[in-house]
Design a protein around this ligand. Structure first.
Ligand code: SAH
Ligand code: SF4
Ligand code: F3S
Length: 469
């Protein structure tokens, strides 16, 4: 959809972007790329967005743009946005509105909104924040170099949100943010429609990437010295390319790639995780012993209202099987408190199951009503105060459990992939265990990207501290 900048934007009167109205015929030709165009990208949300920002950065670099580390100096500012909770959206729009001043100083500045909020709001994003020049939906991101050129050259506002179900072209920009660990998308979208969740609406239907393309990408990463890869999807266990147990086959194929030392994956939905997956995790040497298995709630009544398609009993059985097959593996989860109609006794079930299982860590959230979702039709009747109290209780419980789980590692040796110099003390290094725990130990910068063994000496709920052995 195109809008003339001279008149105030009125998304409702705008045309929807399509090949017919010219934009798809707009190609980047000689003289159209500008090495001086500096792009600043700010990323909100989950790992998918982190990977998408990286993908878009690579694409822009390949098309002659330059990345800028400074928002003040950039010619184009892109916000890659998250809509999973209202708080995330509010923060985003207040950040964009803040740019009004910058735009007044530099009228040529282009501000673009990409990602899930762009897809959710479409043209309404400009109504909410008139400084926005480009709204680029999740399926339109491969077009961003063209959209930016078009907006700059024709001085037009653009809304491109028509490809939510599009399969991403296998463009493979080389650019990666890290030198030794990489995110690899294995699919897009989600068909689960958990009643509280906006993701299926903003990421479209589930589509799996071809295994041969994934393998080619990982082989190329291995050739460039990458050691750890994380296979990404909203629901990795439902990865499907026409056969049976396709995700396990994919893990097996990636496990054979020379040079890769660690394989991670996320996220697993309990309805699709199974014993064969845990056996594969045990038997495939490079696959790390960490499972992220969102529980969301412990009460069957709430789980049903959430459309999660499992009961607490089924979840417990699954975890029992995981622990039996991978006794030293770690398990983490996501939990929502204050879902509509959640009573004290529903909440107690969540607390009880968390104590029973003893997760290594948990992301805990207050329920946030999202438009369009099925649960938005239920009254959001748990008060803000009760939600805050329940969150506080659950976080306290989890802190104790996490510390207890970490205590079991004291005096043991763990393998760490060294990631970075500690921000507060440069004599300390920070790495991750195969079970995805942070380890801090004395060392120097030359260790970054290598695997070392560390003997654990003390712990907090969030990390292990030790010395290299
Ligand atoms: N596909 C992944 C990620 C979903 S979003 C998965 O299924 O795990 C990450 C987490 O955000 C979810 O697991 C859920 O705990 C939380 N979440 C999603 N929608 C929410 C909402 N409306 N309110 C509060 N938390 C929400
Ligand atoms: Fe959202 Fe559920 Fe899909 Fe996860 S599985 S993205 S929580 S709908
Ligand atoms: Fe991720 Fe947020 Fe979108 S959690 S999929 S960036 S809504």
């Amino acid at each position: 959809m195109l809008n003339n900048k001279k008149s105030p934007p009125n998304p409702k009167q705008s045309k929807i972007l399509s090949p017919k109205n010219g934009l798809d015929n707009f190609r980047l030709g000689f003289g159209m790329t500008s090495k001086c165009t500096r792009i600043y990208i700010r990323t909100f949300g989950c790992q998918m967005n982190v990977r998408d920002s990286e993908f878009v950065s690579g694409l822009l670099i390949d098309n002659g743009f330059r990345l800028s580390g400074s928002i003040e100096e950039a010619d184009v500012i892109l916000f890659n946005s998250c809509s999973v909770r209202k708080h995330a959206e509010d923060r985003l729009f207040s950040n964009i509105t803040y740019l009004k001043k910058l735009k007044k100083k530099r009228p040529g500045l282009i501000i673009g909104l990409m990602g899930c909020t762009a897809q959710a709001y479409k043209g309404e994003a400009i109504t909410r924040s008139p400084v926005i020049d480009i709204v680029c939906g999740t399926g339109n991101e491969a077009d961003l170099p063209r959209l930016i050129k078009y907006a700059r050259r024709k001085k037009l506002r653009i809304i491109a949100t028509d490809k939510v179900d599009a399969k991403r072209p296998e463009l493979y920009p080389e650019y990666r943010e890290h030198e030794f660990k990489a995110l690899v998308s294995i699919g897009e979208g989600c068909d689960n429609f958990c009643s509280y969740c906006i993701v299926p609406y903003v990421r479209g239907r589930e589509r799996s990437r071809d295994a041969k393309d994934i393998i080619r990408e990982v082989k190329s990463l291995a050739g460039r010295g990458f050691k750890e890869i994380t296979l990404l999807g909203q629901n990795v266990n439902s990865y499907k390319t026409g056969g049976d147990r396709d995700f396990i086959k994919l893990l097996g194929a990636v496990n054979k790639i020379d040079g890769i030392e660690r394989i991670r994956f996320m996220t697993s939905h309990p309805k699709d995780a199974h014993t064969e997956l845990f056996i594969a995790m045990r038997d495939l040497q490079k696959v790390c012993e960490h499972l992220h298995l969102p529980l969301q709630a412990g009460s069957d009544r709430i789980l049903k209202l959430m459309n999660r398609k499992y009961t607490a009993k089924k979840y417990l059985k699954l975890v029992e099987s995981y622990k039996k097959i991978l006794p030293s593996g770690s398990i983490t989860t996501d939990v929502i408190v204050g879902f509509p109609s959640e009573t004290d006794s529903d909440f107690k079930r969540t607390c009880d199951i968390m104590k029973d299982i003893g997760f290594d860590s948990a992301y805990t959230f207050k329920y946030s009503l999202r438009l369009k979702t099925a649960s938005s039709k239920l009254t959001d009747d748990v008060s803000a105060k009760t939600k805050a109290e329940r969150l506080d209780i659950i976080m306290k419980i989890q802190r104790g459990i996490s510390e207890g789980r970490n205590m079991k590692l004291v005096s043991k040796s763990v393998e760490a992939l060294v990631e970075d110099v500690n921000k507060k003390d440069v004599t300390l290094m920070s790495g991750r265990t195969r079970t995805n725990k942070q380890v801090i130990f004395k060392g120097d910068k030359s260790l970054v990207g290598t695997l070392v063994d560390v003997e654990v000496q003390s712990v907090t709920p969030y990390s292990l501290k030790g010395r290299m052995v």
